[in-house]
Design a protein around this ligand. Sequence first.
Ligand SMILES: Cc1ncc(C[n+]2csc(CCOP(=O)(O)OP(=O)(O)O)c2C)c(N)n1
Length: 333
Amino acid sequence: MSGTDRIVAEAAELVRTEGTALLERMLLIRRFEDAVQRLFQRGEVHGTTHLYSGQEAGAVGVCAALRPGDRAAGTYRGHGHALALGVDPQGLMDELLGRDTGVCGGRAGSMNVVDLEHGLVGCFGIVGGSIAAVTGVALAFQRRGIEHVAVAFFGEGTSNQAYFAECLNFAQVLRLPAVFVCENNRYMEFTPIEEVTAGDIVARAEALGVWTRTVDGMDVQAVHAGASEAVAHARAGEGPAFLQTLTYRFVGHSRSDPGAYRKPGELDEMRRRDPLAVERARLIEAGTADESELDELEGRVARRIDEVVERALAAPFPSADAGMREYKESGAA
Ligand SMILES: Cc1ncc(C[n+]2csc(CCOP(=O)(O)OP(=O)(O)O)c2C)c(N)n1
């Protein structure tokens, strides 16, 4: 094989493995969320859950554009953000089931996971919390001369929250290395976004002079391309970037949501644009993988999640003594 042929073959292999890796990460999130839903219905997950099913291309496309050392913050719909950053599915499932072996020792639950080792500064139950935290992290990066970016994920309804205006303004004035990823899934809880939002969300960022881009959030490659530009802009010291991903959630906002607010036919239409199916079809069409390889991949991911569930259910709960000791040591007692 000539040198050129080898480079071409290596590049094709890279596209093949990276393309498949993006699909694998999205599959991992979907199967994880399916399992969380089942466990929640069985009463194994306490509190509440907000699933990311349908929105996988967003977190996976964005996180694939990050480097080790970059930071990100998710929302209460944060399992997908965590897994896309590389948080261990076992540690995350253990956490959701309140086990001692969870990434936060079973103390954080579904909505407040933190895993700094994987760059996750936190998932936030407070709408807009991710924006505020990431603005602070970006400020720290800038002050310390560290060439990293901080990424905030949030929903489109969050653009009506005060943090949005304050933090985007602050970040733009100081040219902070922050990327604001607005995951527009059309609904703020149960309310169509247009019923509670004046004007255009992207125009709000543009009015501050912030760099903006809107991408198809059901297409992981489109998200990855847009995120790569956004991250490059922020990393170059040119100030924050605002990336809107047009997406859709296939499940309810949280528990006990039958989705009566959806427009007729909308869910079916969006399911036909399922980001997993879109990427699978693309890989096959490009000849980077065939049906049987991808079937095998799907089976592998499903088996992995089955094992994760089995181990999580067998994992120990934190002891009451340890909880009491931490409480006393915290000084709150
Ligand atoms: C400060 C604050 N206000 C209200 C809530 C209740 N709440 C939870 S989710 C939500 C809607 C957020 O919608 P959006 O930003 O579009 O995100 P999505 O849930 O669609 O992902 C609200 C109002 C909250 N958690 N925090």
